[in-house]
Design a protein around this ligand. Structure first.
Ligand SMILES: [Zn+2]
Length: 285
């Protein structure tokens, strides 16, 4: 049996602190490694242990932002490697009350390599915005009411389907069908208004976390993220309409398609970048 002799060094050895550039290099290396593991090997281990530099970097960045926001740290951190989610960040409150912060791998990589007009401050602001969602009492209440919202959505659809069937097969239920359609439309409008309100609130709170951020930095960040999502609009249309900051569609050349798509962008849960900037401008006086 091998035993390790106890050693008491005369001078304790302290690991030299890494410079910011060295830390970024390590973080990028671990991010690439984790990407290969997730996408190629399909291994789902605990990345906070297997990739400590990357985890430590996200954790300390969020911890610094949580202080001025007086916001509790998220319970779980995720790195997203696929599709639209890899280009953005998002915050979630689960039905059991736990909170999740998701950060896109491409958003991290581009921010640390200063690609596509992004920078470390872009990443910090994006995380501040997402963390702000988790601190927003209205967002928390909405998460608590998830089952009610889900019931209302399903109720509208069942009501409409049932009354449509009555209308087609028994020639009755016309009024019920129109009532159901009205209910679905009102429910949708209310949901959109509520979500857009969350965005304005999170933008406002993000200024509390980063008071020195400029409007042009925010514009650059949002525009760059929107540009990155554009090519994914056709492959992930539902996510794109819901997640997209404003609308990726106006870049399409076809005028007919463009008109349809502009109509769809009214259903986006996020306000347009110009509206968000206008709101922040007003806040700044
Ligand atoms: Zn948001």
């Amino acid at each position: 049996m091998l035993t390790t002799p106890e050693i008491t060094p005369a001078t304790p050895t302290i690991a030299p602190a890494l410079s910011e550039q060295e830390t970024i290099t390590h973080v990028l290396k671990e991010l690439e490694d984790l990407k290969n593991i997730v996408l190629i090997e399909n291994n789902t281990g605990d990345w906070s242990i297997t990739h400590p530099m990357l985890f430590g970097f996200i954790l300390t960045t969020v911890a610094k932002l949580s202080v001025p926001l007086a916001c509790r740290m998220p319970d779980h951190f995720f790195i997203d490697f696929k599709g639209i989610q890899s280009e953005q960040a998002s915050a979630h409150i689960m039905t059991n009350g736990t909170t999740q912060l998701h950060v896109g791998s491409e958003l991290i990589r581009k921010s640390l390599t200063e690609e596509d007009n992004l920078s470390l401050r872009s990443l910090q602001w994006t995380l501040a915005h997402e963390l702000s969602h988790l601190c927003d009492p209205k967002f928390k209440l909405s998460a608590k009411l998830y089952l009610v919202r889900d019931f209302l959505n399903k109720f509208g659809l069942y009501f409409a389907t049932f009354s449509l069937a009555q209308m087609v097969f028994q020639n009755t239920g016309h009024q019920a069908f129109f009532a159901a359609c009205g209910f679905i439309i009102l429910n949708k409008i209310f949901t959109i208004a509520l979500h857009r309100n969350y965005e304005y609130t999170a933008d406002k709170l993000s200024l509390q976390a980063m008071p020195d951020i400029t409007l042009s930095e925010i514009e650059n960040t949002l525009t760059s993220m929107q540009q990155a999502v554009k090519p994914l609009c056709l492959t992930e249309p539902t996510n794109a309409i819901n997640m997209l900051i404003g609308g990726c569609f106006p870049s399409l050349k076809s005028k007919k398609l463009y008109k349809k798509i502009v109509l769809l962008s009214f259903f986006s849960l996020h306000p347009s970048i110009s509206k968000r900037l206008e709101y922040l401008k007003k806040l700044n006086g």
